[in-house]
Each structure stands twice: as C-alpha cells, then as structure tokens.
Design a protein around this ligand. Structure first.
Ligand SMILES: [Zn+2]
Ligand SMILES: [Zn+2]
Length: 260
C-alpha cells in the first residue's frame, strides 16, 4: 500500500526524524511513503498568503505561528541526504501547495523542475475563506456559494498543469455542511479535468480522523465513482502530521475505492 500524503513539519530535518516515519510505515504494511511539507512552511511562499491573512485575524495569527520556518534550500538538503540512504520502504518527496488561481505563475516559478518527486495541489482557501480550521468560522457563510466556488477552484487546479495530484478533493464537507443542489456535475467535470491532465486524486483519512462525527472516511462515494469512470488514479493517504498517524486506515481507504 501507498501512504501518499505525510507531513514532516513537526520535527527537524534529520535522518533520525525520517526514520520514525519509515518505522511506522513498516509496522502498518505500507511500502511507499510520500513525504511532504505545506508550502507555507517555506519563506519563499509567504507572499502568496497576504490576502488570506488580511481577510481574517484568526488566520493572520495562525499564519504568523506556522509559516516561513524554513528556506527551501534546507528541504532540498534533507531530500538529498535521504536519497543517499537505503530504506525498506520507498520514499518520495514533494510539496502540498495551496492553490490560488491568481498565483499560478508564482507557484510555477517556485516548484517547476526543482527536483521534487511529486507536487500535490490542494484547495484550502475559497475566496480567502479558510474553510477547514474551525466549524464556528462557517457562521454566516453561504454554503451553496462556497461549495460552488470550492469545486470551481478544484477544477481550475486540475487544469492548471502545475500539479501531479489533487489533495483531499472534497474536504469542504469536513464539518458536515452540504449544499442544496447535487454535486454530480462538479464531480464529473473534476474527474474529467484530472483525467485529461494525467493527475491522481488523494483518498485521504485526515479529515475523518479530525472530524469523526461530521466527516466520512475519504471521498464521497459518488465522487469516487466519477473518478473511476474517468480512469483517474486514486492514491490512498493518511495526511499524517506525525509518525504515529502514518498508514492510518489505509486499507479501509483502499476498500472504499474498490467498493465504490
Ligand atoms: Zn491539505
Ligand atoms: Zn496535508
């Protein structure tokens, strides 16, 4: 099995830290791990977030605590060191990049041909709204409108030619909101755009772990069906932010795909 989405942000860039992810992968019968960082961990990406920080004091404070901890050169050095070692599991390195339509050129400049094994694009903000932080932030939000804009941006992400895969393609559901209209058309258009661009979709257990009461495991069954129908590759992942969560429910995620 593959765990295609693992964050290493809570430790130093050392081989000892990477060993802990490898050890847990072995215990979980995972044979490939794809390690990544949120792009905002790097100083170079900080300017991309000025409008989301201006939109919300909460996000501004969160961003000041979380962002700009490393330079990308430090990450490249770690990747180089890891690639010189031998491990019982395959290790790939990439980035999880927040997608903003208006910053496509900026993203391309920082990520294209830099030696990453994969680039994962994720929608974490919709018209500057950070929808996945706290349920109370949804107060006063037009649910139908935010769903429409979320899928429009997801489809634009898939057409941008910047990424190899899309992260957790329907996390907008995490706090249990649902739109008054059917999402089938969006699912179909997203699946088609991913297929046309040779991209994979991330079947991710992170949100179900965080919000077990309001979110199902992985993608909506109908979205999985649309992806399968269009031949989109689906990769299971934990979205672990610590070694202990590596491989979390990876076999269940795979079963959801097979049974959809
Ligand atoms: Zn994400
Ligand atoms: Zn993630």
């Amino acid at each position: 099995m593959i765990d295609g989405h693992i964050h290493i942000e809570r430790g130093d860039y050392t081989l000892e830290w990477i060993d802990r992810f490898v050890d847990k992968a072995g215990k979980m019968q995972v044979d490939e791990i794809r390690l990544l960082e949120h792009c905002y961990i790097f100083e170079e990406f900080v300017p991309m977030y000025s409008s989301v920080c201006a939109y919300s004091e909460y996000i501004d404070a969160w961003f000041k605590r979380s962002a700009g901890k490393h330079k990308m050169a430090e990450y490249f050095k770690l990747i180089e060191n890891v690639r010189k070692q031998r491990y019982p599991v395959e290790i790939k390195f990439g980035l999880e990049i927040c997608y903003f339509r208006e910053h496509e050129k900026f993203i391309e400049k920082l990520t294209k041909d830099k030696g990453f094994d994969f680039l994962l694009g994720s929608v974490h903000f919709v018209d500057d709204f950070a929808f996945d932080h706290k349920p109370e932030h949804w107060e006063g939000i037009d649910v139908d409108k935010i769903y429409r804009r979320y899928f429009e941006e997801s489809i634009a992400l898939a057409k941008s030619k910047l990424f190899d895969g899309i992260g957790h393609p329907d996390t907008i559901k995490l706090f249990g909101h649902s739109p008054s209209f059917s999402l089938l058309n969006y699912y179909k258009n997203l699946a088609k755009a991913l297929a046309d661009n040779g991209m994979y979709a991330d079947q991710n257990s992170g949100v179900a772990r965080r919000c077990p009461k309001t979110s199902s495991l992985g993608m909506d069954k109908k979205l999985l069906q649309a992806l399968k129908k269009h031949g989109v590759n689906i990769i299971t992942s934990s979205d672990a932010h610590c070694p202990n969560d590596v491989g979390d429910r990876i076999f269940d995620l795979g079963k959801c795909v097979v049974n959809a």
